[in-house]
Each structure stands twice: as C-alpha cells, then as structure tokens.
Design a protein around this ligand. Structure first.
Ligand SMILES: Cc1cc2nc3c(=O)[nH]c(=O)nc-3n(C[C@H](O)[C@H](O)[C@H](O)COP(=O)(O)OP(=O)(O)OC[C@H]3O[C@@H](n4cnc5c(N)ncnc54)[C@H](O)[C@@H]3O)c2cc1C
Length: 560
C-alpha cells in the first residue's frame, strides 16, 4: 500500500471515496472487487476516528428484540458470520452473560424467550467449517451459575441469568487495514493525510474532489464519475463544501464513550449489568435511566461501555473530558460495586460521535439512529455524481458497502453483478481453522520467532503475517520486541512505514500495531518505535521528540 499522489491526480476513477473509516474501507474493497476503479482519500490516518473507538463487539443485535426488529437482527447476525468467514484471523466468538431479576421484563422467563428467538433468527449462524467459530445456543442459567460467572453480582431479586454468544474483533484497526489492503491489491488507490477541501462540479454533476496534501499544502483534483461521501461524523461539514451550507436537516450527532480498564474485571465473559443511575439532565453523559452497561474482557484488559449524550459541536473539537470519565466510573461502581473500580484502573478511553435521531424530550435519552442512511443526491436535490453514506455500527459496514456499491453500479450504468464480498476472504484471512493454523505456524517458528510472537502476529495480521518476513530477512534484529513487556516486534514498525503508509509515530502506536490501543505503551517502547521510524523516514532529533509528544498527547485527558 503506497501513498501515490500522482496516481490520484492523473487518473479519472469510477469512484472516489471520502473517508478512510471502516465504512470507507469496506466501500473501497466492495467497489474494487466488483471491477470499479477506486480512489480513497482520508483526511487524517485510516481508521483514526470513530472506527478506532468501538467496544469491538461484532453484534448480532440481541437488543433489537426489544423492538421486535427481526430484519435488523437478521442483518447483524448474518454480518457477524460473514466477518468470521472473511476475516477469521480477527473476528472471534465472545460469550456474554447477563443477570435476570424478578419475573417481569428483566426476568428469567422473558430472557428464555429472547434466547430462543435469538437462536431462531440466527438459525444458520454456524454455517462455517471452523469449530473455533461455533456459536452455541443461548440459554438461561441458574442463580448459582450467574453468581459464579459474575462474582459479586447484585443478588437483590436475582433469579438467574441469560448466557448467549456474540463476536468481537481482536483488533478493529487491523480489520479496517485488512479491507484496505484487499482493496489496494485489487487496484484501488488510497491515501491518508489528504483532506477533501471541495467538490469539483460541472453543471449539476459532481466530478470529483479537490484534496490537499496535509504535509505540503499542495492542492490537486481527484476526478471520478461518482463520489461517495463516507466521512462519518464529518458528513455535514463535507456536504457543506458543495455550497457553503450544511445539509437541511443536518445529521445529528451523539457523543459515545467506553473506558479501558487495566485489569480483567470478569475474565472470559462479556457481562451486561443494569445501571443504577436515574436520568438527570439532557446534557450530562450519564443520562439513560436503566441502560445496560457492558463490561467485556479484551486482550489483557477490560472494556466498559457505552455512554451516549447529544453533541452539538464541531466534530473537530470533540473531546472526552476528565469529568466524563469520572462520571462513568461512578456509574459503573454503583452498578457493579464488587469490581471495586476506581479512576486509577482506567488506562485509556474510547470516544466517538455517532449519528442520532434526536433526544427523547421526556427522558433525555439519546435516540441513536437505527438504520444506516444511503442518499443519492440526484434523487434528493438533482445533483448527479454524489452519494452519501452514514453508518450506525462497525458490524454492518460491509453490508452497507455492498448496498452502496450496488447503487453506484446502477448510477454508473454498469451491470449489477452479484457481490462476492460475503465469501471472499480479505487480506490475511486465508485461514481455514484458526486454532490449527496458529498451532501449525507456531511449530514452524518462521525466522525463529517464538510461539508467543507467532500467535501475536497471527492475531493481528492473520495469514498475512508472512508480509513481515521480507523485513526479517533484511534485518534479523527486527524480530526483537520493541519492549521486553510487549509482543510487538520491530518488523511491525518497519512494515507499517514501508507498506501501510504510517506517516507519524501515532499511526504506528495506535493503528498499525496494537501497542497503544489499550493504554500508554511506556516511554521506552515509544522511544524505540520512534527511532526505528526515524531511521526509515530521516527524522531529525526535533521531529522525533515532536512525534513522541504527539503520542503522549493522545493519552492526556482534557480537564474541561
Ligand atoms: C464508543 C463507541 C462504541 C461503539 N461500539 C461499537 C460496537 O461494539 N460494535 C459496533 O458494531 N459498532 C460500534 N460503534 C459504532 C462504530 O464504531 C461506527 O459505526 C463506525 O466506526 C463508523 O465508521 P465510519 O467509517 O462511518 O466513521 P469514521 O471511522 O469516523 O470514519 C470517517 C472518516 O472520514 C474522514 N473524513 C472526514 N472528513 C473528511 C474529509 N474532508 N476528507 C477526507 N476524509 C475525511 C475522517 O477522518 C474519518 O477517518 C461504536 C462507536 C462508538 C463511538
């Protein structure tokens, strides 16, 4: 994957995609797979915005049962299976458990019906050959089993629990890169740090975008027959580049947050615990009366999510503040006191902006947008050559990409051939049986890598971990860890720079490797990575220090 600005400037593409989040990356893959020439431009780094901040659950949508929304549930369950099939290295089963209280709506009997319906709607969820991907049937469990699985669970009125299986993604940034690599292998051109500054327009037709190289300030045109706006929370800002006015009505946004906890509060199971907090006021982050807090193990840490509150500012100014974190810690402590959570347990946080329908005027709850938006501006305002996509969850990005490229093919008057993207494995996904693959590769010990490192590399790169071998061939010293306490090796840094367009230290720390995704990786690891990158990119001592300072800034919480 190379940042080839000449190729972007000197071709006319079928499609140019604005935004390198998961929705843009999936759209690029889908379009390239179906024979379109594709350009993708990202204003910062690939996957650096909302897509880096999810709870990393690939969910089948059990909660949609509350709305009897079987269609959405079916879509999500299907996508969960598709992702396990096409990205078997990154998407894995996740057992989930939730206590039941009394015998009414939160009771065991209702959950027994929910478990039954969930399995019924997901009747074909196990049509994959790999036994590691099997999702057993959901069931209700006894009070005793619930107490065992959720130590210290609130026992007041506890009648038992519900146990079901969903999925999660080990590394959401690398899943996005897997889609992008796959697209690039099919001929797509992608570039990061290339913001769109305007649209090219001829009459009533958008003919591409004007972009600006964030490093040189140079502006140029990227021409395309169709432009797809996949800019996530910046959707209003990007659309206002057409005529200086935001769209009417604008897409409304809500601020969502998860916490990363440096210890595993409950190992092996994701746990749903009901919040004890009452609704207070529409602009506080702790507003949803009886929402379920989700606590899940991830790598060696836990993630807790998710709070939602309306957001009216510019996405560029979005921040998580110390008070947001403190409030969420308090809310979680009240919901699950046995975990003994304190502010010191929080090693990092994920915050992002999600589209919402609005705020419930009675309760103050954020009403998240339930369905993705796919707008053809020709139908809306007579403007040809422009589609806008607004996604609502990471899980369904591929499905939405398929639908948007179906529409793109129709707009481009190309035959709408059936999409192979539900079957075709993405980059790194050439694995039939995950556990057997890890075991076999660990035995082989390529480049004398210890089994622990081989597992780590497969968990992040899948079968494409072999892409690192040429670097190890060139310099065997790059097989060493960047810090004794991590499994990340120097070759990953080199690979990020040479093959994955990492331009800054923060790209490597937060999105090419897993080093910073669960908290600050430590000064030594930063120094080591900065020196490796600096040698590749010819950084001065000042630049190196500035790069380290930029990473440290990521972990500094705003005191608002
Ligand atoms: C706290 C939280 C928890 C979540 N948990 C889950 C979960 O567990 N499971 C799940 O399925 N979903 C979850 N989600 C939702 C999911 O993360 C989002 O739906 C998804 O990541 C949105 O992807 P996107 O590509 O639309 O947006 P983004 O990832 O924000 O990508 C948009 C990209 O467009 C770029 N861009 C903007 N303007 C321009 C421009 N002018 N020029 C070029 N590029 C531009 C941005 O820089 C950005 O990279 C969660 C979200 C949050 C915030």
């Amino acid at each position: 994957m190379q940042r080839d600005l000449n190729a972007l400037a000197n071709n006319v593409f079928d499609v140019v995609i604005i935004g390198g989040g998961i929705y843009g990356a999936c759209a690029a893959w889908e379009a390239a797979l179906r024979g379109l020439s594709v350009a993708l431009v990202e204003k910062d780094d690939f996957g650096g915005a909302t897509s880096a901040n999810s709870l990393k659950i690939i969910h089948g949508g059990l909660r949609y049962l509350q709305h009897a929304d079987f269609k959405r549930m079916r879509e999500s369950i299907h996508e969960r299976m598709v992702l396990m099939r096409i990205a078997p290295h990154l998407v894995h089963p996740l057992p989930c458990v939730m206590p039941t209280y009394g015998h009414a709506l939160k009771g065991k009997e209702v959950m027994a019906v929910a478990m039954f319906l969930n399995d019924l709607v997901g009747f074909d969820r196990n049509r994959l050959d790999d036994p590691q991907k099997r999702l057993p049937a959901g069931r209700v469990i006894s009070r005793e089993e619930c107490r065992r699985l959720i130590p210290g669970v609130d026992e007041n009125g506890l009648t038992g629990g519900a146990l079901w299986y969903d999925c999660h993604v080990y590394n959401s940034e690398r899943l996005l890169l897997s889609f992008l690599h796959a697209a690039v292998k099919k001929g797509a051109q992608a570039a990061n740090y290339l913001p769109v500054r305007g649209f090219l327009q001829e009459g009533n037709r958008i003919t591409g975008v004007e972009v600006e190289d964030a490093f040189t300030g140079q502006r140029f045109a990227v021409r395309a027959h169709l432009t797809i706006n996949n800019s996530g929370p910046w959707v209003n800002q990007v659309l206002s580049l057409k005529n200086g006015r935001p769209p009417q009505p604008p897409v409304l946004l809500s601020k969502a947050m998860n916490l990363v906890i440096r210890r595993q509060l409950v190992p092996n199971y994701a746990v749903g615990v009901p919040s004890k907090f009452e609704f207070k006021d529409a602009d506080a982050i702790l507003n949803k009366g009886s929402r379920l807090l989700f606590l899940r193990p991830w790598r060696h840490v836990s993630l807790i999510g998710t709070t939602h509150v309306a957001y009216r500012g510019d996405p560029e100014n979005f921040k998580i503040a110390e008070q947001d974190i403190q409030d969420f810690v308090n809310e979680f402590r009240a919901a699950y006191p046995a975990a003994g959570l304190t502010r010191d347990d929080v090693s990092y946080y994920y915050g992002g902006l999600l589209p919402m329908e609005g705020v419930n005027p009675r309760t103050g709850d954020v009403k998240l947008l339930k369905q993705y938006l796919l707008k053809d501006h020709a139908a809306e305002e007579g403007l040809e050559g422009l589609l806008t996509v607004v996604g609502v969850k990471y899980t369904t990005a591929r499905d939405v990409a398929q639908k948007s490229i179906d529409l793109a093919l129709r707009k481009l008057q190309r035959p709408v051939v059936k999409s192979p993207s539900q079957e075709q494995r993405i980059h790194g996904g050439e694995i039939d049986r995950f556990d057997a693959f890890v075991a076999a590769e660990s035995r082989k010990q390529p480049h004398r890598l210890p089994a622990e490192i081989v597992r780590h590399l497969i968990e992040n790169y899948g079968s494409a971990y072999a892409d690192l071998f040429p670097h190890l061939q060139e310099n065997p010293a790059w097989a060493s860890r960047v810090h004794p306490q991590t499994t990340t090796i120097a070759a990953e840094v080199i690979h990020g720079v040479r093959e994955e367009m990492a331009q800054k230290l923060v790209d490597v720390i937060m999105r090419r490797t897993e080093l910073g995704t669960a908290g600050h990786p430590g000064a030594e690891a930063l120094q080591q990575c900065a020196e490796l990158m600096g040698r590749e990119l010819g950084w001065t001592a000042e630049r190196l220090a500035a790069e380290i300072a930029e990473v440290n800034q990521v972990f500094t919480v705003a005191q608002l």
